[in-house]
Design a protein around this ligand. Structure first.
Ligand code: ACO
Length: 345
């Protein structure tokens, strides 16, 4: 523990006389499919324009997976990039958690398919579903296994092929989403606090704001469910927007409060990349300076569980984040779910 870092934040675990290990992100990686769909491309298939999409969302383009490229493929590529950066091999991985709302299939889990593709034979594997909040939920769960010394190396992935559940005839939603994956290797690193705290929240009362009605036990696939377009996501945009701003503010403030940190101490705020206006509103409510906010949604749109993981990788790769810096991740998604995490990088 360096003396400079102890002066600027409190490790919230200290008050519980924490005896476990700390958990750090040893490496992060990401992958997006090659095909790019621009706003101009979308204007050819639905009644929209680059001007509308840019001013209402900030999105300029998104990546879309090939027909034969699945969520497990995107997750595998991101995982391999993260493993390389962490300097680990597949046989070191004890556990794989994949956060996704677009698994390759209802079962087996996408985590098992990734396990096979990367050859992590020793690893346990499971999926987690918390929509766009999935990566922070997965980080929080993964770190429990590291801190408790149950496992030494956990692979956490956020991966989505949202194009497979996007209604390409609905201009209200099809302009918002994209495909991609991000991954992180969790390990305990000496002399580092790593993941300081993670806040998770949910409000099932608002489950109807953003959902996909078909394909589950309530409405299994049938000719009727297909004809009624039930296998595509549906969203109340305005209500989702309002709830997103409120929930992200509350989660971020709680995470900062636990660490006794003022927002000015955060080097880089990495919010869920759903809408530029949501990000700006959250930044303003938190009292953040615009330059503290990391934004890459112009290139990717909303990639749900992959969103903050891809952004974290880009922030690190571009040098926006250096070892020892404090990062705030803050997310929001269907469920409703939300989360925030403070990390000493
Ligand atoms: N092109 C042109 N016009 C459009 C488009 C489009 N792509 N989409 C909607 N419109 C129209 C609407 O039909 C509406 O027309 P009307 O007034 O004639 O009915 C008009 O534009 C205005 O619609 P608004 O709802 O007022 O637009 P708003 O400013 O709220 O922006 C948006 C809509 C972008 C969806 C916004 O509400 C939003 O970002 N909401 C949050 C979405 C979100 O973050 N979802 C992801 C959550 S994370 C997860 O778990 C997946």
């Amino acid at each position: 523990m360096s003396s400079s870092t102890t002066q600027i934040f409190k490790n919230p675990r200290a008050k519980h006389n924490f005896q476990g290990r700390t958990c750090s992100i040893a490496g992060v990686g990401s992958y997006v499919p090659a095909k790019i769909v621009t706003n101009a491309d979308l204007a050819k298939i639905v009644d929209t324009s680059d001007e509308w999409i840019t001013t209402r969302t900030g999105i300029k383009e998104r990546h879309v997976a090939a027909e034969n490229e699945f969520t497990s493929d995107l997750g595998t590529a991101a995982a391999q990039a993260a493993m390389k950066k962490a300097g680990i091999t597949a046989d070191q991985i004890d556990l794989i958690i994949v956060a996704t709302i677009t698994p390759d299939m209802p079962f087996p889990s996408t985590a098992c398919l990734v396990q096979r593709k990367i050859g992590a034979r020793r690893a346990a594997a499971f999926d987690l579903e918390a929509a766009c909040s999935g990566f922070i939920y997965a980080l929080e769960i993964g770190q429990q296994f590291i801190m408790s010394r149950t496992y030494d190396t956990v692979l956490v992935i956020g991966a989505e092929k949202l194009s497979s559940i996007t209604d390409w005839t609905d201009r209200n939603t099809c302009v918002l989403f994209g495909d991609g994956a991000g991954a992180a290797i969790l390990q305990s690193r000496e002399n580092a606090h790593g993941l300081l705290t993670a806040v998770m929240g949910a409000d099932g009362e608002k489950a109807d704001l953003l959902f996909m009605p078909g394909g589950g036990s309530r409405c299994p696939a049938s000719a009727e469910s297909v004809n009624s377009r039930m296998h595509y996501l549906r969203m109340e945009g305005k209500e989702t927007f309002k709830n997103a701003v409120q929930a992200m503010q509350t989660a971020a403030e709680e995470a900062l409060r636990r660490c006794e940190l003022d927002i000015s101490r955060i080097k880089c705020i990495i919010p869920h990349q759903a809408n530029r206006r949501i990000i700006d509103a959250v930044g303003e409510r938190l009292g953040a300076k615009p330059e503290q906010l990391f934004v890459n949604l112009d290139k990717y749109g909303n990639t749900s569980a992959a969103s903050v993981a891809i952004a974290l990788d880009e922030a690190v790769e571009s040098g926006r984040v250096q070892r020892g810096d404090l990062i705030l991740l803050v997310v929001f998604g269907a469920g409703l779910t939300w989360g925030a995490a403070v990390i000493e990088w």
